[in-house]
Design a protein around this ligand. Structure first.
Ligand SMILES: *Cc1c(COP(=O)(O)O)cnc(C)c1O
Length: 452
């Protein structure tokens, strides 16, 4: 006889999984602990984990572990499974593609799905100018290629990134990323010709968008010089840096300045893209049209895929053979992306992200009324965060943040932290989560906060 909650192999995920928080052991349970012990012995200590579980299935709004626990997923594997884990259309598309062919290398023998993804990206990204795309494997790789394209197009070298920025973990993207621990410490030297400008961070700088933009532009003009500058790269809403939403007017002023000075404006929408913010791309919220857009994370429901999309004349500035990679635009990942993009466009997911955002925002601001340790609630759509502070001084409270997140996970709710000061809990639920689970997840977080 099997216990009712024992997961039998092969596990099946997707939306038909029971949509419930269910704890049958403590977290981690014995089977999860067994995997964590093997991980500690076999996997580099440099690779950490947030939830101490052994995942075996996921779908809708839950992640199920090997002990039979079902956890509410408020992280989507870092904003990746936005359409829902093991989405049936993605499963079918991947199964069909994997049986047809697994790889040719697009640079050797091109195939339809890569071109179709490029067409979809050219159509969906902001602006109605002529666009082209190139596909890669990871967000960091897309960012690296966007910089390559901007340098080739402008004939200039310098790149400006912002305080609190996160653009990846490869050498160039480490240089672009702001935060030392854990992303950069000891990994230098970093790529040259990267400069950092101050962001608009309304909760902490109190500046209007215009004031913050003027501050950044002055620094760029005095310390870099427009004539040396290939690109400005920015996340329209920052991800790892703390879900910082710039003040109104900040991004349009930067775009205007870039355009007036022949500088390529790159929106890194790796985390904020694909319906996450209640718009297909966060740039739309601020009324900006970037020259280049980088995408990854939500693009293919969990298959590794990334892209650079932008003005056709910039995308074509590179000599033939200058862009590419063995796996970039892998056919299985492209098949998944086409199914995911269809779901984003035709299953009302932009609207669903807005509804989720209303629940998150209203619940967290209500909590803020009774608990002044929540200094700020911010974000758009299903990309909302709470910043925790010492109410007396406004100083970041990373210890409280870590304790609340840890307690929520122990109670069966996967939440992620972020922020330069480690004092932000970010909510990134899959757009396939139901309202009941969302509310229950927030109840658990609120109760954990009340206990600390
Ligand atoms: C995650 C992230 C990246 C890096 O993506 P990887 O796929 O992990 O390389 C780059 N930019 C932003 C904004 C991200 O959130």
């Amino acid at each position: 006889m099997t216990a009712p909650h024992t997961v039998t192999a092969p596990p099946v995920g997707g939306p038909s999984l029971p949509q419930e928080r269910r704890l049958v052991t403590s977290i981690p349970g014995p089977r999860s602990q067994e995997l964590l012990d093997r991980k500690a012995a076999a996997v580099s200590a440099g690779v950490g984990h947030t939830a101490p579980i052994h995942a075996v299935a996921a779908g809708g709004g839950v992640v199920v572990d090997a002990d039979g626990n079902s956890l509410i997923d408020l992280g989507s594997g870092i904003a990746v499974t936005s359409v829902g884990n093991a989405h049936p259309a993605i499963v079918a598309a991947v199964q069909e593609q994997v049986a047809a062919f697994t790889h040719t290398c697009f640079m050797v023998s091109p195939y339809d799905s890569y071109v179709s993804v490029a067409e979809a990206l050219n159509r969906l990204t902001p602006g109605d100018h002529a666009k082209k795309s190139a596909l890669f494997n990871s967000g960091a790789e897309a960012v690296e290629n966007a910089i390559k394209i901007a340098r080739k197009h402008t004939g200039r070298q310098a790149v400006v990134a912002f305080d609190h920025a996160y653009h990846g973990r490869t050498n160039l993207t480490m240089a672009l990323t702001a935060k030392n621990m854990p992303y950069k410490s000891g990994f230098g030297p970093f790529a040259a010709e990267v400069y950092r400008a101050p962001l608009s961070y309304p909760f902490r700088d109190g500046l209007s968008g215009a004031e913050a933009a003027a501050r950044a532009i002055t620094l760029i003009e005095k310390q870099v010089g427009a004539e040396n500058l290939a690109a400005v790269i920015i996340e329209p809403i920052q991800g790892e840096g703390g879900f910082i939403v710039p003040a109104d007017g900040f991004l349009p002023a930067l775009v205007d300045w870039c355009r007036a000075n022949g500088v390529v404006f790159i929106a890194d929408e790796v985390q904020s893209g694909f319906a996450r913010t209640g718009a297909m791309f966060a740039s739309e919220i601020f009324g900006i049209v970037p020259d280049l857009v980088t995408t990854a994370k939500g693009i293919a429901g969990g298959l590794p895929l990334a892209a650079v999309t932008g003005r056709a004349e910039m995308m074509d500035a590179t000599h033939t053979g200058g862009l590419g990679g063995t796996y970039g635009g892998n056919p299985i990942a492209c098949a998944a992306a086409l199914a995911a993009i269809d779901a984003f466009e035709n299953d009302g997911l932009v609207e669903r992200a807005r509804e989720i955002g209303e629940v998150l925002f209203s619940r967290l601001t209500a909590l803020q009324q009774t608990d002044p340790r929540i200094g700020d609630v911010r974000g758009h759509g299903a990309m909302i965060a709470a910043e925790f502070v010492d109410p007396a001084t406004g100083a970041p409270d990373a210890a409280l943040t870590a304790a609340v997140a840890k307690a929520a996970i122990a109670e069966g709710v996967i939440v992620l932290t972020c922020g330069t000061y480690g004092n932000v809990i970010r909510f990134l639920p899959p757009l396939s989560i139901g309202d009941d689970l969302l509310h229950e997840g927030l109840d658990v977080v609120a109760a954990a906060l009340a206990r600390h």
